[in-house]
Design a protein around this ligand. Structure first.
Ligand code: NAD
Ligand code: UGA
Length: 468
């Protein structure tokens, strides 16, 4: 029969583990939640007296303020967390493998495996172990083998899959009102009982009809499927944006018309300079690798095209900038507004801004950059990684980081909008125009400006998905 969960441990205090388990603590005051991580600096930031949390997420600080020290704890003592918990979330990173078999495609399961081995080594009582990380289909089986081969006799492990669907920037509202919570388990009596225990935790705030219970492998695959299909919509609309630019059709109007079909729906049809974020590309490549391993080359090629279209969209945008600036940007000064992969986050993983700036630097342009959230040290890290052959001193000579959009645009020849931060919609373009070199260009990779208004001021304007 289902156990009543009293203590939860979450391994991994990142973008997913932190917000997810903080919300569980808020909604379940009767459950003690401990989030553990090996990274001391990260744990210190979660524990910082002035709430200088390691990630920026609207509403998160408020949740942590309400629970920290009450029933929410952050610690580097992984073993103690494991030892005390009835239920353990594994919420560690699963990046794309950089070397070895499947390099560039397969998920690196090293962190999941270490966490699993630690659980096996430390646990002295029964545990429900929950995969929260996004993993390839059938990872739960490997986890079970490791747990069973290394555990003390008499200790039982039940494994569940409970993938996370939150999006960064809206994590807290997504967690408060999820479209669905998905729990996968073995269809054995023990598996179903474990599933019920976790379901009861969510039922403290999520309506029962939104808690979906399925088989383990379906649950694991559904997470990859959801991300692949979301990304595929963006690549589809971006592919159409190229046709719009060549024909004079307007991608906004096309998306609106197409999205009005209730079978298609209006969400996630915003053309852009390309999708970024830590997961879309990684999870699709993971699906491609899975398909290839299963000898399904046509399936692999189908999904791979979603990522290739995204690469094309990013390079197409850089090329538009170069072409429009009279086929050369060497020595020219370009302002780039936004570095995060989307608005309302400080996260830069796979941000399209990185590819754009890399392209501009390779053309030997000067870039002045402004982002309201991203730390300067992160920008240098990302640019050095994107330009492995360019020494950091050279990058620093070509890139200047400033503290406002207006400052970034001053005396530049072109302004490129890479992230849809709300403040970029409120820029005083008249003031920007006066201080720019002429002719003055604006390239909008996020469809946030009023192009006609800017043209009246005197700008030459290019918006993604819009012909002249
Ligand atoms: P992250 O890198 O922000 O956090 C992972 C944390 O795990 C790190 O702080 C790391 O130090 C810690 N860690 C790694 N190995 C450990 C170990 N053995 N013991 C203790 N701590 C360990 O990653 P994230 O963005 O939170 O993503 C975690 C997982 O969730 C990934 O599988 C990702 O695909 C998935 N996911 C992410 C998002 C998102 O929006 N970022 C959304 C849904 C799902
Ligand atoms: C995405 C999914 O939306 C989440 O459901 C999922 O849990 C998560 O990945 C994950 O597994 O990590 P996230 O990457 O945080 O969330 O953010 P999204 O809002 O999905 O945006 C991803 C990228 O697509 C951003 O660069 C965004 O600007 C871009 N995008 C999004 C578009 O270009 N057009 C759109 O219409 C929507």
């Amino acid at each position: 029969s289902p156990v009543q969960v009293k203590k939860i441990c979450c391994i991994g205090a990142g973008y997913v583990g932190g917000p997810t388990c903080a919300v569980i603590a808020l909604k379940c005051p009767h459950i003690q939640v401990t989030i553990v991580d090996l990274n001391q600096a990260r744990v210190d930031a979660w524990n910082s007296p002035d709430y200088a949390l390691p990630i920026y997420e609207p509403g998160l600080e408020d949740v942590v303020r309400q629970c920290r020290g009450r029933n929410l704890f952050f610690s580097t003592d992984v073993d103690k967390g494991i030892l005390e918990a009835d239920l353990i979330f594994v919420s560690v990173n699963t990046p794309t493998k950089k070397s070895g078999v499947g390099a560039g495609f397969a998920a690196d399961l090293n962190y999941v495996e270490s966490a699993t081995r630690r659980i096996a080594a430390v646990a002295t009582s029964n545990k429900i172990v929950v995969e929260k990380s996004t993993v390839p289909c059938r990872t739960a089986e490997s986890m079970r083998t490791i747990l069973e081969a290394n555990s003390r006799t008499g200790t039982r492990f039940d494994i569940l899959s409970n993938p996370e669907f939150l999006a960064e920037g809206t994590a807290i509202t997504d967690l408060f009102k999820p479209d669905r919570v998905l729990i996968g388990s073995l269809q054995t009596p023990e598996g179903k009982a474990a599933c019920q225990s976790l379901s009861d935790v969510y039922a403290n705030w999520v309506p029962k009809e939104r808690i979906l219970t399925v088989g383990l492998w379906s649950s694991e695959l559904s997470k990859l499927a959801a991300n692949a299909m979301l990304a595929q919509r963006i690549s589809s609309i971006n592919a159409l944006s190229a046709i719009c630019e060549a024909t004079g059709a307007n991608i906004d109007e096309v998306a609106h018309a197409v999205g009005f079909d209730s079978r298609i729906g209006p969400k996630f049809l915003r053309a852009s300079v390309g999708f970024g974020g830590s997961c879309f590309q990684k999870d699709i490549l993971n699906l491609v690798y899975l398909s290839e391993s299963l000898h399904l080359p046509q399936v692999a090629a189908y999904w791979r095209q979603v990522v290739e279209m995204n690469e094309y969209q990013k390079s197409r945008f850089s090329k538009t900038v170069v072409d429009t600036l009279f086929n050369t940007i060497t020595g020219k000064h370009i302002a780039v507004l936004g570095f995060a992969f989307k608005a309302d986050t400080g996260d830069t993983r796979e941000s399209p801004a990185i590819s754009l700036i890399r392209d501009f630097l390779l053309e030997r342009a000067y870039v002045t950059l402004y982002d309201p959230q991203v730390e300067e040290s992160q920008i240098w890290l990302d640019l050095s990684e994107a330009l492995p052959t360019m020494p950091l001193e050279t990058i620093k000579k070509q890139v200047n980081i400033v503290h406002s959009a207006l400052e970034a645009c001053k005396q530049k020849e072109a302004v490129v909008i890479a992230t849809e931060w709300k403040e970029f919609k409120e820029i005083d373009w008249q003031a920007v125009y006066q201080n720019m070199s002429k002719p003055a260009f604006v390239f909008d990779g996020r469809m946030i400006i009023d192009a006609d208004e800017l043209r009246k001021i005197g700008f030459t304007v290019k918006v993604i998905g819009r012909g002249e």
